[in-house]
Ligand binder design. Structure first.
Ligand code: XMP
Length: 578
């Protein structure tokens, strides 16, 4: 049994809402998430409340709110991002729409105050911001204790009332002292005691699996990635070998060597569906459409396999390795805005879920927690330390275009009309890319924040022809383009592994975009990033020698006109390009 939560996080719809609860649990204190509108008396047993961020504006009709009585029951409350704006708004302050958003890293200048929340934290420090609205005027009794260059009210306190709020996100790793701030709130202000140990997790998950599965058996479509393998192993342990089966679907969208690797796993057989997927994807260019097509084909294959193996009767249910970011970024929580559709949340799978024929043992865990669980289960580090690879495979790394279009030169660089996906605040964006000449991350960040018509900045690091002579051409997912991407990806992986660079990045997507010349119609984008959980990410500086070697190797491949290096952090660029 879980303990009663000492901290309750009120979900105002932000992507990071559950991350807050998890960070509190990491401090050894049991925390749970509740709907923001939960009545104050139902929250009164907790020692403290945290109001999460969210995509709304306090002035939007039907924007999330909280029961205002929570501010008067003597229970400490911490507002984060939208939570700060909501607290200010409800208590008589003034919140205004910002002229421009503030996304990504910022420097917070925090007063040296005796306030417990900021104890020992005064001075300049790196924080992570994702907002447009700001508090313009604080409510009576509050004082402003921190600010950034573009946000005059970045931290506020009314210590005598136990009310605190920050505009930045202390729960993400890029806020360097965020953990200390949360610890101050939890221990110094709320006087919580340690009552939670992450080792409770595995037996709890196993029990959840047994409760969900009952006396049925579980059938998995494994991808060979960390998530489905850990979910599979958990089910094996919870239910025993006789009750768990795995099938690997060869979609034709996997990387080089993938099928051989996965078919070597114990208890897993291979279903060849390459032609089916490639036929369904022919002519499809739009990212969300690609995801839907893949999702639907997955369901078709699943249904075919299930029928062929007589798994349709009620003795079997489907197991999945869905992890927490997959559910929130698909709008799976109460209010999180739709950032993208994941292939395992399309209608077909949804139907299986609605009829209760699905078990997702990892759905409340983040990637790093999944790896920890895998280690506890004794899985090989060769498997657990693989970079994450998305379910829809190379399809979301092979960009397509509806029409032909020229590259356009501007004062800042070249605007390349390939639309990639990005995330700004809690919503998603589709915008062209800006290419600049040098690998300069600071300049990339400055440009992407300043320019409204692009959501990524890349450096043009190698090319067979000048950028102004290249064009974006209309194209979709063809076997030839996928083969080109597969070869490029295999080469980058090999060189990155040989140099040891693969251990210094969290993920290293290699993307094919339809930018080039008549002889060499595509270009490659390198996207090495560092992250902890995939929710936020930073573009990583590559060693010059490795970058040179990769560029030489890629330009020697058939059909490749140039190499671009993505300098964009997440946000505003997502990790994948779609
Ligand atoms: P984005 O592109 O949203 O990616 O910044 C965050 C992390 O999620 C992975 N990703 C997926 N994983 N199925 C998956 O299993 C998917 O449909 C999917 N889409 C993105 C991505 O590789 C990154 O690690």
């Amino acid at each position: 049994m879980n303990p009663n939560p000492q901290i309750i996080v009120l979900d105002a719809g932000g992507q990071y809402c559950h991350l807050i609860a998890r960070k509190v649990r990491d401090l050894g204190v049991y925390a749970e998430v509740r709907a923001s509108e939960t009545r104050a008396e139902e929250l009164s047993s907790a020692k403290g409340l945290i109001i999460s961020g969210g995509p709304s504006s306090v002035y939007d009709p039907e924007s999330p709110t909280v029961d205002p009585s929570i501010f008067a029951q003597g229970q400490p409350v911490l507002g984060i991002c939208y939570g700060q704006q909501l607290m200010a708004h409800l208590l008589g302050g003034d919140v205004r729409r910002g002229d421009k958003g503030e996304y990504g890293l910022a420097t917070l200048d925090l007063d040296h105050t005796p306030d417990l929340l900021f104890a020992g934290l005064g001075g300049p420090q790196q924080v992570w911001m994702s907002h447009r609205d700001t508090v313009y005027c604080v409510p009576e009794g509050f004082s402003v204790v921190g600010r950034t260059a573009t946000c005059a009210v970045a931290a506020v306190a009314a210590p005598t009332r136990g009310l605190y709020a920050v505009q930045f996100h202390p729960e993400v790793v890029h806020t360097t002292r965020g953990k200390e701030l949360l610890a101050n709130f939890v221990f110094r202000i709320c006087s919580c005691v340690k009552d939670w140990d992450p080792r409770y997790r595995v037996p709890l998950i196993e029990q959840e699996i047994r409760d969900c599965v009952g006396d049925r058996n579980v059938f998995f479509f494994v991808s060979g990635g960390v998530d489905s393998s850990v979910a599979f192993a958990l089910c094996l342990r919870a239910l025993g070998e006789d009750r768990v089966r795995g099938v690997y679907v060869d979609t034709g969208l996997m990387r080089e060597g993938e099928t051989a690797f996965v078919s070597g796993l114990p208890g897993v057989s291979v279903e060849d569906a390459q032609e089916q997927f490639l036929t369904a994807l022919a002519g499809v260019t739009e990212p969300e459409r690609k995801r839907h097509v893949i999702g639907e084909e997955f369901v078709r294959v699943q249904e075919r396999v299930i029928e062929a193996r007589r798994l349709l009767d009620e003795h079997w249910i489907l197991g999945q390795g869905t992890i927490y970011p997959d559910t929130i970024e698909s709008g799976g929580t109460n209010k999180a805005a739709l950032i993208k559709t994941h292939h395992n949340r399309v209608a077909g799978i949804q139907r299986l879920m609605e009829t209760g024929r699905i078990v997702e043992p990892l759905k409340s865990l983040y990637k790093d927690e999944v790896r920890e669980v895998g280690r506890e289960l004794g899985l090989a580090s060769e498997l657990l330390d693989r970079h994450p690879f998305p379910g829809p495979g190379l399809a979301i790394r092979c960009l397509c275009s509806e029409c032909d279009a020229p590259v356009r030169q501007t004062a800042e660089g070249w605007v390349i009309p390939v639309h990639s996906v990005g995330v700004q605040g809690d919503s998603r964006s589709y915008a062209p890319i800006l290419a600049i000449e040098r690998v300069d991350h600071a300049r990339g960040t400055e440009l992407v924040n300043r320019l409204t018509n692009v959501n990524r900045v890349v450096a043009s690091v190698a090319r067979k022809a000048p950028l102004e002579q290249m064009r974006v051409r209309a194209c979709s997912l063809t076997p030839q383009r996928l083969a080109r991407l597969r070869a490029a990806d295999a080469m980058v992986r090999r060189l990155s592994h040989q140099s040891g660079f693969d251990h210094r990045v969290w993920q290293f997507p290699v993307i094919l975009i339809p930018l080039g010349t008549a002889e060499a119609p595509d270009s490659i984008v390198l996207r090495p990033i560092d992250s902890v959980d995939g929710m936020t990410a930073q573009s990583v500086v590559m060693p010059a020698m490795l970058l040179d070697g990769i560029c030489q190797g890629l330009l020697a491949l058939e059909g490749i006109a140039g190499v671009l290096y993505d300098l964009t952090h997440k946000p505003p660029g997502t990790i994948e390009w779609e």
